[in-house]
Write a protein of this length. Structure first.
Length: 42
């Protein structure tokens, strides 16, 4: 799980970070880890 820093990141700083699994999103200066997909897709 990604730890969010106490300070907000810039988009440039976020884009320099390595990719995570599951993927992370950048929202309002914070890194939010996307939930894992559940079940089968149609």
């Amino acid at each position: 799980m990604v730890q969010t820093p106490s300070q907000a990141l810039t988009i440039e700083e976020f884009l320099k970070l390595p990719e995570t699994k599951p993927a992370s999103e950048y929202i309002d200066g914070q890194i939010i880890q996307k939930p894992m997909p559940q079940g089968e897709l149609m």
